[in-house]
Design a protein around this ligand. Sequence first.
Ligand SMILES: Nc1ncnc2c1ncn2[C@@H]1O[C@H](COP(=O)(O)OP(=O)(O)OP(=O)(O)O)[C@@H](O)[C@H]1O
Ligand SMILES: [Mg+2]
Length: 300
Amino acid sequence: MSAHRHRDHWDDTEDAGPQRPARDFKRKTRKPLGRRRLADLTGDPATDSDPADDTIRRLTDLGYITRVVAELKSGKEATTYVAHGPRGSVLVKLYREFQARSFKNDAIYREGQVVMDQRAARAMQARSRKGLEMLQFDWVMAEYAHLWHLWRAGLNVPEPLAGPNVKTYAETVPAVVMRLVGTEDQPAPRLSDVKLTPGQARSAWEQAVTGMAHLLKLGYAHGDYSTYNLLWSEDTVTIIDFPQLSTRQNPNFQELRRRDAQSLSTSFRKHGIQESAESTLREVQRRALGPAPEPRVVLP
Ligand SMILES: Nc1ncnc2c1ncn2[C@@H]1O[C@H](COP(=O)(O)OP(=O)(O)OP(=O)(O)O)[C@@H](O)[C@H]1O
Ligand SMILES: [Mg+2]
């Protein structure tokens, strides 16, 4: 397993005290950053130049959210917030500014992608400020594009709440707004954080393998497929975290797919599922030849 994609493991430990439970919802009350900052907006906006606040304000002005309820998780590249919106509960995934050194090595995912604008390509390669901004923009837009595609295709992914028009969702960058899985009081936990009965574990595994098969049928490798990116709510698996999805154009496609099968099977061991990466991949390939999910109709 390569180090650069397994940041979820670090996230779990970096601010954890020795006794911290796997998923500590108390953090919401201890760190209601979103709510506090949003309240600040009613104060003096001129002194408030936090880019996160600016984005939250923009999302509010654009009508996607009415109120931030809590900060859910703060990771290396994004902070997620639970928010309230006009059509229900919203998950705001807010990417932080890309930093030349801390931004993960995305080369393996970007290989095979064509950047039409040579100046842009050079700026990105040089990791200049402008280049990093472009990389971040691409990364966030990619997450939206993938979410829309998968949602329309009928996969169990969160419903994107901006778009489907590209110009429309571009307005929310560096945030992705999507439907919250679970409830505002109890957002869906990740499969890495729950305890399952043997029956639930089998069902979660079956759903995860079928989900990977459906991705493959559409020509995708997830690139970070494990229980860290699978949510569990009402006995249903929802796949999340898509900026790094790769297609067959990527010369590393087979390798990424093999790694997905590996991390999926390894991460399911704690649920008592003992499958090898090889047998998982074979099963995924077999199911990818089977029926596709029912597409969803998206009204413009
Ligand atoms: N639609 C959603 N509904 C409920 N919770 C979500 C949703 N999307 C993301 N989350 C929560 O936010 C966390 C981070 O989201 P995601 O995995 O997409 O980002 P990431 O790039 O891995 O970010 P990080 O670096 O913070 O781990 C998830 O582990 C999950 O707990
Ligand atoms: Mg993740």
